[in-house]
Design a protein around this ligand. Structure first.
Ligand code: SAM
Ligand code: SF4
Length: 326
C-alpha cells in the first residue's frame, strides 16, 4: 500500500489497551485513567480480523503496544491469531517489562518474535520514581528472559529527560557494550499535556551523541531488524549496539512506513496528527471486509507527509501516548 508520498505502508502498530500497571510521569497521570468501557475497546477477535484485512492490503509487520499490552487478557491468543496470518512476517511487542518474564514462554509459543523494553533508569529508586511504582528487578529479569529465549534483537528504549535520567546515558551505553542489546535513546516528545513535559527537559539526539562520544567510539552504521526510524551504531569493542530516535530535532517522516490502531478502534495514519478514522464504529455497524479495507486505504491516502510536533503541535494533541500506543 503506497501513500501519496510513495511510502510503502506495511507496518501496523496496534494498541491493545489504554490501561497500564505503571504510571510513568511523562505518560500517564498518577490517578490512572477513566475506564472507557469494554464495549468501546476492540475485542481480540476484532483486532485479529482487522490485521487479516490489513495483511490483504500489504501489512507485513505488526507491533502490539498500549498502555501496557501484557495487562490485556488473552494477549497470547491474539498473538497466535496474528501469527497464523501467512502474510505477516513479524510480530513484536513494546512492553514495560514488569510482567514479561513469567509470560515469555507462552508468548513465544504463540508466535511472538521480538520484544522492545522501555527502561528509563538503571537505578531502582529512580526507576520507581519515574514510573511511580515500577520494580527494576522485574524488568531486568524480563530482559534476561527475552535474551535467553532468543527473542532478539532485544531492544531497550530510554526516553532521555534532562534532570531526570540524562546522567545515566553512559550507563546505558555501557549496558549495550557488555550485553548483546540494542539500546535506543529517544527524544522526549510533547505528547499529551502532562505537566512533566517541559521543553527544557528535552535532550536532543545531537547532545546525547556528544555525551557518548566523549567516552565511546561509535564505529559504523548498522542495520537492526525492525529498527524503523532509529539510526544504529556499534560501540568499539562492544557486544551490543546503540540507536537514536530523533523524533523532535530531525523528523524521519520521509521513511515512515506505519499506521496505528488505537485500543478504541481509531485508525491513525500518523502518531502526531489528530486525524482518525473510526474502525470500531464500522465494526459495530457490521461492515464487510471490503468496507474495512476501504477505511484502511483512506487512512493511508490521508497520511500527512510529516508531523509538526516541534512547531508547538503537542499542545493541542487530544490524546496521550498511552491512548495512541507509543
Ligand atoms: N507500556 C509499554 C511501554 O512502556 O513500553 C508500551 C506503551 S508506551 C506508551 C510506548 C513507548 O512510548 C514507551 O517506550 C515510552 O517510553 C514511550 N513514551 C511515552 N510517552 C512518551 C513521550 N512523551 N516522549 C517519548 N516517548 C514516550
Ligand atoms: Fe505505562 Fe508504557 Fe505509559 Fe509507562 S510509558 S505509563 S509503562 S504505557
Amino acid at each position: 500500500m503506497f501513500d501519496n508520498f510513495a511510502r510503502n505502508i506495511e507496518y501496523l502498530r496496534v494498541s491493545v489497551t489504554n490501561k497500564c500497571n505503571l504510571r510513568c510521569k511523562y505518560c500517564m497521570p498518577e490517578e490512572g485513567i477513566a475506564d472507557i468501557g469494554h464495549e468501546n475497546i476492540l475485542s481480540i477477535e476484532e483486532i485479529g480480523r482487522l490485521v487479516r484485512i490489513g495483511a490483504r492490503l500489504g501489512i507485513r509487520k505488526v507491533r502490539l503496544t498500549g498502555g501496557e499490552p501484557l495487562v490485556r487478557k488473552n494477549i497470547a491468543t491474539l498473538i497466535a491469531d496474528i501469527a497464523a496470518i501467512p502474510k505477516i512476517s513479524d510480530i513484536s511487542i513494546t512492553t514495560n517489562g514488569m510482567l514479561f518474564a513469567d509470560m515469555a514462554e507462552d508468548l513465544k509459543k504463540a508466535g511472538l518474535k521480538r520484544v522492545n523494553f522501555s527502561l528509563d533508569s538503571l537505578d531502582p529508586d529512580r526507576f520507581k520514581y519515574i514510573t511511580s511504582r515500577g520494580i527494576l528487578k522485574n524488568v531486568i529479569r524480563s530482559i534476561s528472559k527475552a535474551m535467553e529465549l532468543d527473542m532478539g534483537p532485544v531492544k531497550i528504549n530510554m526516553v532521555v529527560m534532562k534532570g531526570a535520567n540524562d546522567h545515566e546515558i553512559l550507563d546505558f551505553v555501557e549496558l549495550a557494550k557488555k550485553m548483546p542489546l540494542n539500546v535506543r535513546f529517544i527524544e522526549f516528545m510533547p505528547v499529551g499535556d502532562l505537566p512533566f513535559y517541559k521543553t527544557d527537559r528535552v535532550v536532543t539526539v545531537h547532545d546525547i551523541r556528544k555525551i557518548i562520544e566523549q567516552k565511546y567510539e561509535l564505529t559504523k552504521n548498522v542495520t537492526i531488524q525492525g529498527n524503523g526510524p532509529a539510526k544504529s551504531y556499534q560501540i568499539r569493542g562492544g557486544l551490543g549496539t546503540i540507536g537514536f530516535i530523533s523524533a523532535m530535532s530531525d523528523h524521519f517522516c520521509g521513511e515512515c512506513n506505519r499506521i496505528r490502531m488505537t485500543a478504541d478502534g481509531k485508525l491513525r495514519s500518523c502518531l502526531f496528527s489528530n486525524n482518525e478514522l473510526n474502525m470500531k464504529l464500522a465494526l459495530k455497524n457490521n461492515a464487510s471486509d471490503d468496507k474495512i479495507a476501504e477505511i484502511f486505504t483512506k487512512a493511508i491516502k490521508e497520511k500527512p507527509n510529516r508531523h509538526h510536533m516541534n512547531e508547538g503541535w503537542g499542545a493541542d494533541n487530544k490524546r496521550k501516548m498511552y491512548q495512541i500506543g507509543g
